[in-house]
Design a protein around this ligand. Structure first.
Ligand SMILES: [Zn+2]
Length: 180
């Protein structure tokens, strides 16, 4: 599975049981379409238990499902997540993403704060302006993730572009926010 970005607020605390029909303990297609449409095929390929169990958090990097400092250290060593001495180089990673050159160029502009949203233009001496969709403070994060309009687009994009590059959604957020 590939991470799809931060979950929307409504799905942040989603549990497996919320994707199951409580009577039959089988997958609920409507719930999967609502919360995780990009993983629909993968989820449907999983055979559910005939017995209902309580949801619990598990650590994927140990067979027991329990976190251990050893597996945590190994993960941090191999992925270098959050390491202050060797931070993840997002900008270099952009060019190795399997997507179109236009999307890579777009992501590069986001990473370089070159998208003409209010917060970026303000750093270049232009007056600030609110989000034209909701009146919120317009910066990259708001435009592409936090604006209610952007969140609607993400929901729409997950369904519409289910089998293509999910990065089209932030492109549409940008295109539908811009002022020209
Ligand atoms: Zn907004």
């Amino acid at each position: 599975m590939i991470p799809f970005g931060p979950p929307p607020a409504a799905s942040a605390n989603l549990k497996v049981c919320e994707l199951l029909c409580p009577l039959t303990n089988t997958w609920n297609p409507e719930a999967i379409q609502l919360h995780l449409p990009q993983y629909e095929d993968h989820i449907n390929s999983l055979i559910t238990s005939s017995v209902s169990h309580q949801d619990r958090r598990i650590w994927l990097f140990d067979k027991s499902g329990e976190y251990t400092t050893k597996t945590g250290y190994n993960l941090a060593s191999t992925t270098r997540l959050g390491g202050e001495d060797q931070p993840l180089e997002w900008q270099k990673s952009i060019w190795s993403i399997k997507t179109s050159p236009k999307i890579k160029d777009f992501l590069w502009r986001v990473a370089k704060k070159a998208i003409p949203v209010s917060a970026n233009l303000e750093t270049r001496g232009l007056p600030a302006f609110p989000c034209k969709r909701c009146g919120g403070i317009e910066d990259d994060l708001h435009t592409f993730l936090l604006c209610p309009f952007a969140q609607e687009l993400w929901q729409f994009g997950k369904r519409f572009w289910k089998h293509s590059c999910p990065m089209w959604t932030p492109c549409w957020c940008y295109l539908t926010h811009r002022r020209w």
